[in-house]
Design a protein around this ligand. Structure first.
Ligand code: ADP
Ligand code: MG
Length: 485
């Protein structure tokens, strides 16, 4: 399509993000929560909703929910209750889902989402708690469909944004921010592959500059950042083509086919479901006292947004470095420890973003698994700073050794690896003089303007020092001697 035509429209996106909370047990029973257990092994009569059973709300679920609500600066509802959302589906044994409809955990608030321009606030409609349903398994090799109720009753938070997101990239950044935040708050592992983070995307288009919302399409079950942005990009294009052809956009639910990269219609919204919401009579209302909220607030960690401000403001990191360093809570806290131990902020950031990150990637770890204590890494950066170990040797030899032997000191390991540089100035001078004397023709070439020859002298000096010469000092000395010679 013509870029000019495409640019005359703008997309409007609103997300509904489901986060599975990492409680030990389900939201209304003591049935365990666990991923990958054999089908139907984590279900009692409560998860199955058999007659005579009663739900009992898991207090940890509310506490985790409140952590999220406060972290997003939402207005917490002081009195909440769960509604029954009635519908029939084989993955829903009770015939209704317990969810917060009229009294969500909180309304309003925002997510601080990084974009090229810095942090932008993606406003939230609300956050509410609900229970998950079971899972239908349609295996091609099996004539029957199967159902696994292990997931039935697993606690979820649903985070609903306002229709304020302008592009697929921003939508993906929003989901990434949710993942980061729930990990900071330690309320979910945020793992999309295992379904602990799932997303439905609502999208409409309108002429650029218009304030009126267009008809929205809902794309269900986007289970990776890639699928999310591809599905949105495809559907935006599809909607613009319809609009350009003068055809109406149908309000409908669509799926996303990973194979074709296209969205496809699932059901239209015309036949509005009547869920007959009503408060569950078996559950008492939840009272959230100001004291309880204050207690939860006082236990919140420093949030990603606060870290960002601190790293850019107090530590003068670039926005990009600040984001990378604060990608995880462990990373941000580690950075701060390094600085407290006297490492310069820029150097601490470079170490974390460079050598530490590549070692983590190599070993398939995240920062939570990083075994090297800050004081050991601080010692290593000190050795580099004082030219006792070259940056290359420190990053490529000493750091991996520290990872494997975290109880040992950086200096001790550097010595054992033989990478302590010759600091003895006299020895180095002698070496340089010796090399200069041995290659008179090269010296002449240098003096005639072949300055590139310096690297040959450097190579020779480094070789003779067994790699232990401080390259910066050696270079200085060589240049001095060459001009004197
Ligand atoms: P529904 O009644 O279909 O559940 P809601 O108004 O509750 O719709 O909104 C659900 C989600 O859809 C929210 O994330 C909201 O931001 C988003 N949304 C609502 N209207 C639009 C629109 N016109 N275009 C894009 N997203 C929208
Ligand atoms: Mg709605």
């Amino acid at each position: 399509m013509d870029a000019i035509v495409r640019d005359s429209y703008e997309a409007v996106i609103g997300l509904e993000i489901h986060v599975q909370l990492k409680t030990k047990s389900k939201i209304f029973s003591s049935d365990p929560v666990s991923f990958g257990a054999p089908p139907n092994t984590l279900v009692s009569t409560v998860s199955l909703g058999l007659p005579g059973t009663l739900p009992k709300l898991n207090r940890t679920v509310i506490e985790m929910g409140l952590r999220m609500a406060l972290a997003c600066r939402g207005n917490v509802s002081a009195r909440q209750h769960f509604d029954r959302k009635n519908y029939f589906y084989p993955d829903l044994p009770k015939g209704y889902q317990l969810t917060q409809d009229r009294s969500p955990l909180c309304r309003g608030g925002y997510l601080a989402v990084p974009t090229k321009e810095g942090l932008t606030q993606v406003e939230l409609e609300k956050i509410h708690m609900e229970e998950d349903a079971g899972k239908l398994i349609h295996d091609r090799a099996d004539a029957d469909s199967r159902v696994d109720y292990n997931r039935a009753g697993v606690p979820l938070l649903e985070i609903v944004t306002k229709p304020v997101i302008g592009s697929p990239a921003e939508a993906a950044a929003t989901v990434i921010e949710v993942r980061k935040l729930v990990r900071y708050l330690d309320i979910s592992d945020g793992n999309m592959e295992e379904g602990s983070l799932r997303c439905d995307a609502n999208v409409s288009i309108r002429p650029k500059g218009s304030k009126v919302l267009g008809t929205k399409v809902e794309i269900k079950n986007l289970n990776s950042m890639r699928n999310l942005s591809h599905a949105l990009a495809y559907d935006i294009q599809r909607q613009i083509e319809l609009a350009e052809a003068g055809l109406p956009i149908t309000s409908e639910t669509r799926g996303f086919d990973v194979q074709t990269g296209k969205t496809f219609p699932q059901r239209t919204k015309e036949a509005l479901n009547d869920y007959r919401y009503f408060p569950d009579p078996d559950l008492p209302p939840i009272e959230v006292s100001p004291e309880w909220l204050q207690d939860i607030r006082s236990h919140l960690p420093v949030l990603p947004e606060e870290w960002y401000d601190r790293l850019v403001g107090q530590y003068a990191l670039s926005p990009a470095d600040a984001l990378t360093v604060s990608d995880s809570r462990e990373g941000a806290e580690y950075f701060q420890r390094l600085c407290e131990l006297g490492v310069k902020p820029k150097s601490a950031a470079n170490w974390l973003i460079g050598p530490v990150k590549s070692l983590l990637n190599q070993r398939g770890w995240d920062m939570g698994h990083w075994p090297v204590e800050p004081k050991r890494l601080a010692e290593l950066t000190g050795l580099v700073e004082s030219s006792q170990v070259s940056f290359g040797a420190a990053a490529q030899r000493v750091l991996p050794a520290l990872v494997d032997q975290p109880a040992k000191g950086a200096g001790e390991l550097a010595a054992a690896l033989g990478v302590i540089q010759e600091s003895d100035a006299e020895g180095l001078e002698r070496l340089v003089a010796e090399v200069i004397k041995e290659f008179p023709l090269k010296v002449e070439a240098y003096q005639k303007g072949k300055t590139g020859i310096v690297s040959m002298f450097m190579g020779e000096v480094m070789k003779r020092s067994g790699g232990k010469a401080d390259p910066r000092k050696a270079n200085e000395l060589i240049l001095k001697k060459l001009t004197e010679a």
